[in-house]
Ligand binder design. Structure first.
Ligand code: ADP
Length: 611
């Protein structure tokens, strides 16, 4: 049984034209990724087919027929020496290629494709990650692309190899007795079943993608540290185990659905090749040699060899052709992903960045697929040097508001301006560079402390910057305790001596990042939830000082920090219900004042004047 909301994969169909176009598209990218690779690889395979034919078929025929015709040793030895010399050279080139150059080319290709996918992934809208259809295609593009590119290259090489082999052996049969070519009709006809088998294989893969994703997710929850506590202390383990078992059960159903079909097609393919072609042609060859005496022993020998090679060439070529079709289906996903036009992107001409207030004018917003607006007619402003607090209960819409400010989403209605201009008229990159944002769900990277703080490659003079940021965020003492200081590697993913930080320490590092940049605005989306009230209060005080010349918008559940803001916006149900300074809102005695009083014990701890 599949998950109730899981979208069933529709059977993909692809035209012949699109199949060719997709494979050519991939070949062009491959050429860009590692120029010359395809030509070298195809050349090597052709050479192998030609030398293989001469040093095996041609030589065998020459020697056995020569012996039968009574030729001398030296007449036959010349060809043997020549073929050995050719093979010695070929094997040398092949070893160099397989052991060194193909690996180097593969790395080059993989790097090119990974960069292509990651660059694109960085530009797609955040909303895409919430769209399962897009996400599936993205995952396939990510998982398959480099190997698919390689697959197209090897399919091209294999087909060239088979064509050369086919031409050489076909010519040999034609010269000896053209009737033998008739035996090739059987593998030719059975290639229809290869197509069916490949198609069933692909359908099987498509149907198991969603299940594999479910299994992967469950596996991650088992081994990732971030889930470890819940997995041990709650019953969630059993829920995940059940989901995993369901996914396995669904996968088994799919295997049963397609497995028998594939086995049947495989049987027809093998039987037609092994029994009808080989046995039939061998009987005819032996008859022509022993009964009619039309062909020599050497000819009889090479005919059987040639038929084996030819029928394999037909099967392999058919497989390669169907592989191109299979590649085309994957490349289709990849092209869909690459062709995706983000909704949030630069207009043809963009305005130069201006300074000034950030203003939301009557902004409403609805998430894709949601039934109602998350934000309704919001009007908010944050002056160039103002400190604004967004407060409200969970689900009020504060984080969504921040995402709109950072242009991760565009408003459904209304507009956001910076320095009086609609932010959609600025370059997305330049606009986002005006902000330094810290979120609650900050992720620590398996890198050094300083790299986690800078979140960019290190430059000269960064040591002092990191030091100041650590002092201001309150993380200095903890980092000083570490043996390698700011060069300590965080997490134990790659370094068994790496340091694992607590939730609060992680947040301090995240906040330290905001102190390393001078941006027009700092946005803090509850990055202090794991800090104790005193540490939080200190951090906000430092942040206010550091941001003397910039705007600051912060979300905090603890209202002790909101006290410091120039203006507080209280949100409820996606609407601004109260606006003012702390004093004004307390005097108003509305929802803010109520919330504030309920948190009073915390303020006593911080020593903040709560009057
Ligand atoms: P807050 O930050 O005040 O807790 P949020 O902005 O996170 O509130 O969420 C506001 C509402 O929007 C919630 O009802 C939440 O479920 C919904 N929401 C948040 N993110 C998404 C999303 N990506 N897709 C659909 N709804 C969302």
């Amino acid at each position: 049984m599949s998950e109730p909301n899981e979208k069933k994969n529709e059977k993909p169909k692809i035209s012949f034209r699109r199949t060719v176009s997709n494979n050519l598209f991939m070949l062009k990218l491959l050429h860009k990724a590692s120029p010359g690779r395809i030509v070298i690889e195809m050349g090597l395979w052709s050479l192998e087919a030609i030398i293989g034919f001469f040093s095996w078929q041609y030589m065998l025929r020459h020697i056995v027929n020569g012996i039968e015709e009574g030729k001398g040793f030296y007449d036959l030895a010349v060809l043997l020496v020549a073929m050995t010399a050719l093979n010695v050279v070929l094997v040398f080139i092949q070893q160099l290629w397989y052991q060194v150059f193909s690996g180097l080319f593969y790395q080059k290709t993989a790097k090119y494709f990974q960069e292509l996918v990651y660059r694109k992934a960085g530009s797609v809208d955040l909303a895409c990650y919430e769209n399962p259809e897009f996400y599936d295609k993205y995952m396939k593009a990510l998982n398959e692309t480099a190997t698919r590119a390689d697959g197209v290259a090897s399919s091209c090489s294999m087909i060239i190899f088979d064509i050369v082999q086919f031409a050489a052996n076909g010519l040999l049969l034609f010269v000896i007795d053209p009737v033998f070519l008739l035996f090739l009709l059987i593998p030719l006809l059975s290639s229809v079943f290869i197509k069916k088998q490949k198609k069933a294989d692909f359908d099987k893969y498509e149907e198991t993608v969603a299940m594999n994703r479910r299994c992967d997710y469950t596996r991650r929850t088992y081994y990732l540290g971030e889930y470890a506590k819940e997995m041990r202390l709650s019953g969630i383990y059993r829920v995940m185990a059940k989901r995993f078992a369901m996914a396995i059960k669904d996968t088994k159903t799919v295997i049963r659905k397609y497995g028998f079909k594939c086995a049947f097609y495989g049987y027809i393919i093998e039987i037609s090749r092994e029994v009808f072609t080989f046995l039939g042609a061998t009987v005819y060859a032996v008859y022509q040699t022993l009964v009619t005496g039309n062909i020599l022993y050497g000819d009889c020998l090479v005919i059987i060899n040639a038929l084996t090679t030819l029928s394999w060439s037909i099967t392999n070529s058919a497989e390669s052709l169907f592989q191109f079709q299979e590649h085309a289906l994957y490349i289709e996903n990849f092209r869909f992903f690459l062709d995706y036009e983000p909704k949030i992107q630069d207009k043809e001409t963009v305005l130069p960045m201006k300074k000034g207030a950030l203003t939301l004018e009557n902004v409403s917003f609805r998430y894709d697929g949601a039934d109602a607006d998350t934000l309704k007619h919001i009007s908010i402003t944050c002056g160039e040097k103002e400190k604004i607090a967004l407060v409200g209960h969970n689900g009020a819409g504060k984080s969504t508001l921040v995402k709109l400010m950072l242009r991760l989403y565009d408003p459904t209605d209304g507009k956001i301006t910076l320095g009086g201009e609609d932010i959609r008229d600025y370059s997305v990159k330049e606009y986002r560079e005006a902000f330094s944002a810290v979120f609650q769900d900050f992720h620590v990277f398996s890198l050094s402390v300083s790299e986690n703080i800078l979140l960019r490659p290190k430059q000269e003079g960064d040591a002092a910057l990191v030091e100041t940021a650590l002092i201001k965020s309150g993380a200095k003492a903890r980092v000083a305790e570490m043996e390698k200081g700011t060069e300590t590697i965080l997490t134990r993913e790659f370094d068994k001596n790496g340091t694992v930080l607590s939730g609060g320490e992680t947040q301090k590092l995240a906040i330290a990042h905001a102190f390393t940049k001078e941006n027009a605005f700092v946005i803090l989306d509850e990055p202090t939830s794991a800090l104790d009230p005193i540490a939080e209060y200190e951090m906000y005080k430092n942040m206010m000082e550091a941001c003397e010349n910039c705007g600051m918008i912060f979300i905090s559940h603890r209202l002790s920090s909101a006290v410091m803001a120039d203006r507080i916006y209280m949100l409820e149900g996606g609407e601004v219900i109260e606006v003012g300074t702390h004093e004004q809102l307390m005097a108003k005695n509305g929802k803010y004042a109520d919330m504030f009083r309920k948190q009073a014990e915390n303020y006593v701890a911080t020593g903040v004047n709560v009057s």
